[in-house]
Design a protein around this ligand. Structure first.
Ligand SMILES: [Zn+2]
Ligand SMILES: [Zn+2]
Length: 439
């Protein structure tokens, strides 16, 4: 049976948009078609207590509010920091837990390591990669059901990210690399980009939203469909370990905030000016032509370098054997807002069209999985404007771009029916117009 899972999120304790209610999460999960959602921040004392008080175990390791169908899975992100290469590297890492007992056990273990659980995303300070391996193995040894997934591997805070870059996963995770079965694609990468990196042929690729809110364009903006034998925590983890990923649903990497190399507008010394480069146009010294500081190296550039170092032979677009079917999506509220020419994805008319579409299909996920002809038929029959239907189908078919693509923390800007050559972006100054929010 197939289960749509979004296993990486954050509570209000990780910073961002304030407190998030379980009711709001459930409502959005239902609309988006997400059956299992990671709680985020489950090591944080207050959030943990809140979850214990408000959730009951429904199936083995999966929790819900009394009588409700949405399922929650205990999850956190931690940040391992260690000296590697020329400086310290911080790597975001997702942990999944089978029970509150295992969460409590790891909380105790982290306290004994001197880790503070007072922020949603605790730092685990390590000496070097050997120490990262030892500490991560100790965490995993606390309960055999605990699963580790390197988070958004290509962003600057991911294991392959541009901050003090490493060439292989073991260069950061040390001996614990043996215990890792899957990596998270993150918003800035998808199976096409990650297929450039040979060592990932041995790992499952999973996708999660990393949502900091229950908004319709955050929760479930990426997710993974697992092929499971039953609805339970154990089955989901078994699917990860045996690479039984049925498909991932991906945010377009060029919309992600770190796709190209560059510096965003508003940075010190920039004013309105920004710069963005495809790999072949990045200045040789990697310095920003506007402010003179080091550029934020984008995902495309990092993936191509890793491919080189690891002896990769695939071109961008050639999929590795571990890549499963994946679909490209743009959050439906953004497609509707774009079609109406409005910026706000929460405006009344956007939401009412969204509700009509998701009611017709059962959920947003089901709409993205549907055939073009079924989308056309169903949406026409309920009176959805032809332009919206046309934009949805073009996006499904890959006939869209984000121009300029995302870079240095800015999201790309959607343009349906247009193409941008991601290998030929060379912008040294310009004005982005309305900036999009960062979370
Ligand atoms: Zn993260
Ligand atoms: Zn700059």
């Amino acid at each position: 049976m197939f289960l749509n899972c979004d296993l990486h999120s954050h509570s209000g304790y990780a910073g961002g948009v304030g407190q998030i209610s379980l009711d709001d999460l459930e409502k959005t999960m239902d609309k988006k078609g997400i059956q299992v959602f990671g709680t985020g921040d489950c090591l944080h004392a207050e959030w943990r207590t809140f979850l214990k008080d408000n959730l009951i175990e429904k199936e083995d390791g999966l929790f819900s509010k009394k009588g409700n169908s949405a399922r929650f899975l205990l999850q956190t992100e931690v940040i391992f920091t260690a000296a590697v290469g020329s400086g310290r590297k911080s790597v975001h890492t997702v942990l999944l837990f089978p029970s509150f007992e295992s969460v409590d056990k790891v909380c105790g273990l982290l306290e004994s390591m001197g880790v503070k659980n007072t922020i949603g995303r605790p730092f685990i300070k390590c000496e070097d990669s050997k120490d990262v391996g030892d500490k991560l193995c100790k965490i995993l040894d606390a309960d055999e059901g605990i699963e580790v997934i390197p988070a958004h591997v290509m962003t600057p805070q991911g294991v392959y990210g541009s901050n003090n870059p490493v060439n292989y996963m073991k260069d950061f995770y040390g001996s614990a690399v043996e215990r890792i079965s899957a990596v998270e694609t993150g918003l800035s990468a998808d199976p096409e980009i990650l297929s450039l990196i040979p060592e990932l042929d041995n790992f499952a690729l999973v996708s999660n939203s990393d949502a900091h809110s229950a908004a319709l364009n955050r929760l479930g903006r990426e997710f993974t469909t697992f092929d499971v034998s039953s609805v339970s925590y154990g089955s989901i983890v078994e699917a990860i370990r045996r690479k039984k990923v049925a498909r991932t649903a991906e945010f377009n990497p060029t919309e992600g905030r770190f796709f190209l190399t560059g510096h965003r507008a508003g940075k010190k010394g920039h004013g309105d000016a920004y710069c963005a480069f495809s790999p072949k146009f990045t200045p040789k010294d990697e310095r920003c032509p506007i402010c003179g500081k080091g550029l934020t190296v984008g995902v495309l550039e990092r993936a191509l370098r890793l491919s080189d170092v690891q002896g990769g032979t695939r071109e961008l677009g050639e999929l590795s054997p571990s890549s499963k079917d994946f679909i490209k999506m743009v959050p439906l509220v953004e497609v509707i807002a774009y079609s109406f020419g409005v910026l706000s994805v929460t405006s009344g008319k956007v939401v009412s069209v969204y509700d009509a579409i998701t009611d017709a299909f059962g959920s947003e996920a089901e709409m993205w999985f549907a055939k073009d002809s079924d989308i056309e038929k169903k949406l026409s029959s309920i009176g959805i404007a032809p332009e919206i239907i046309d934009n949805i189908i073009k996006i499904k078919d890959g006939d869209f771009c984000f121009s300029p693509a995302g870079f240095d923390g800015t999201y790309g800007k959607l343009k349906v029916g247009e193409k941008e050559d991601i290998f030929n972006v060379n912008i040294v100054s310009g004005h982005l117009g309305a900036q999009r929010t960062l979370f």
